[in-house]
Unconditional design. Structure first.
Length: 339
């Protein structure tokens, strides 16, 4: 049985009042995936030494050591993304071809249909319950129980609350599962037949997927790199009224210091040669829709990117912090800054 499939079983043994071990649990320890800095060390041991490659692999595999060990098991030490993807997903009898199906068949049993469809909806950008219901062409009330089970029983889906205001967002905790439901599940028959267009679609879109993984890494290393004292950090998204009706905005990172009424707006760009001033100008426009001490707050900005064509330390009298992959790598070597 796969490790990931033990979660519901263990929970049932100790949490179900009908089970003989109910009430005998003395201490519960929730194991979490490894942080990015530890995944960098694992990559180095696999002769994968560029931080860009570590970001890519972490975006695909998260902090689960099993998938990194598979790189060594398959003789892929020092290999690039293309070779790893080919062996893990695209070749006949690919290493991870049935990984997610095998995990979830043990989790869900015969009730796979609705759960799979919900996970596919989330993986493809439908992160609010209204969006999931619309994607599945169902009423919200028809899927609330299954979403609750995915969150609280199976612990596959997480909930991210916008930092200041707005509705909760759902996300898939397991990065490989997120990847599989985004690219393989909607075209499973074509993938199984190894139709070339499926591979091309993934290759052409992979940077967009990695960009989301890069956002998570930026939030994870934020207090290592940004000299900003914060009490809360997260993503912020919401709606605003524009000339053509309601529009939406999203800010990758918002950090707050309530006591000092300080707020930092951050953007993560998985791109080379980024012009920081252009990004900050966009951030400034989106920040107008964040209703938090508007008249009193002190603002600053942060831009994370693969590399910069132009950095900046100030924008309209406000501090700007710029960090590329090299800056982030160097910061992870240093002792973690205390808040």
């Amino acid at each position: 049985m796969r490790e990931s499939s033990l979660t519901p079983l263990i929970k049932r043994i100790f949490s179900d009042s009908k089970e003989p071990l109910y009430g005998r649990l003395k201490r519960r320890l929730n194991l979490k995936p490894l942080p990015f800095k530890d995944c960098i060390k694992i990559c180095n041991n696999l002769d994968i030494n560029k931080i860009e490659e570590a970001v890519i692999l972490h975006s695909l595999f998260g902090g689960y050591p099993k998938y990194y060990i598979s790189i060594e098991d398959e003789g892929l030490k020092g290999a690039g993304l293309q070779e790893i993807m080919e062996r893990f997903f695209f070749k006949d009898n690919a290493v991870l071809e049935d990984e997610i199906l095998q995990i979830l068949s043990l989790e869900f049993g015969k009730r796979t249909g609705i759960y799979y469809n919900i996970l596919s909806a989330i993986a493809n950008g439908n992160t609010r319950i209204s969006e999931i219901a619309s994607f599945l062409r169902k009423k919200e009330s028809a899927i609330t129980r299954q979403i609750d089970e995915l969150v609280n029983y199976f612990e596959i889906v997480g909930i991210e609350a916008p930092l200041i205001h707005g509705r909760n967002l759902f996300y898939i905790k397991h990065q490989l599962m997120n990847f599989w439901f985004k690219y393989f599940f909607p075209h499973l028959s074509s993938y199984k037949r190894r139709e070339e267009w499926v591979k091309k679609k993934i290759v052409n879109d992979i940077n967009s997927f990695i960009g989301k993984g890069f956002e998570m890494i930026c939030r994870e290393v934020f207090d290592n790199v940004v000299p900003f004292e914060y009490e809360r950090i997260g993503r912020q998204c919401g709606k605003f009224k524009g000339e053509k009706g309601k529009n939406t905005y999203e800010i990758d990172i918002v950090a707050l210091n309530e006591k000092k009424k300080e707020i930092l707006f951050g953007e993560c760009k998985w791109k080379d040669k980024v012009n920081a001033l252009e990004i900050v100008n966009e951030l400034k426009e989106k920040s107008r829709y964040v209703d938090w001490y508007k008249e009193e707050r002190k603002e600053s900005f942060a831009v994370f990117a693969k590399s910069f064509s132009k950095r900046s330390k100030e924008f309209e009298g406000k501090k700007v912090f710029c960090f590329d992959l090299k800056d982030m790598e160097e910061s992870l070597i240093k002792k973690k800054r205390k808040k």
